[in-house]
Design a protein around this ligand. Structure first.
Ligand code: 5GP
Ligand code: ZN
Length: 140
């Protein structure tokens, strides 16, 4: 376990958290600085920095529980919906370098994620980019 990882320290019980679910592989707890009430984090107990480093079986285990955790959170705070968010890398907003998923309860007009900087591709660019990605996936 990386000594300086705050989430590994939570898993080890060195730092307390408000747990909502755990099994031998995953842990879910309330975010200490919630974007909305009920904002929680779901993560593997084992340390991985990014999603793409997490073994598929463990990712499946996370996915197996994410829906029921989200449903319980939304019901507990009487929200209307939720976002599942996973930041990878500092540039994306990842502050804690231990893979985790945010479950953020949402309500109409709550103003969360109001800015979504949607753009456009120049003509022909999208097809070329899709092909490049497709070939990289094939060779990986
Ligand atoms: P990130 O920006 O890495 O995707 O999200 C990290 C999240 O972890 C933040 O929303 C932050 O509030 C939360 N967080 C950081 N330290 C602690 C902590 O010690 N306890 C809890 N419960 N949440 C934490
Ligand atoms: Zn860690």
């Amino acid at each position: 376990m990386p000594e300086d990882c705050i989430f590994c320290r939570i898993v080890a019980g060195e730092i307390s958290c408000s747990k909502v679910y755990q099994n031998d592989q995953i842990l879910a707890f309330l975010d200490i600085n919630p974007v909305s009430q009920g904002h929680c984090l779901v993560m593997p107990k084992q340390h991985f920095n990014r999603f793409d480093q997490c073994p598929a079986e463990l990712a499946a285990e996370l996915a197996r529980h994410m829906g029921k955790i989200a449903r319980a959170v939304v019901s507990a705070v009487e929200a209307e919906g939720y976002n599942i968010l996973n930041n990878n890398g500092r540039c994306s907003g990842q502050l804690v370098e231990h893979l985790h998923f945010h479950i953020i309860p949402r309500r109409t007009g709550d103003g969360v994620f109001d800015r979504w900087p949607a753009g456009e591709y120049p003509a022909g660019f999208m097809e070329k980019l899709a092909l490049k990605i497709k070939n990289l996936i094939k060779s990986s």
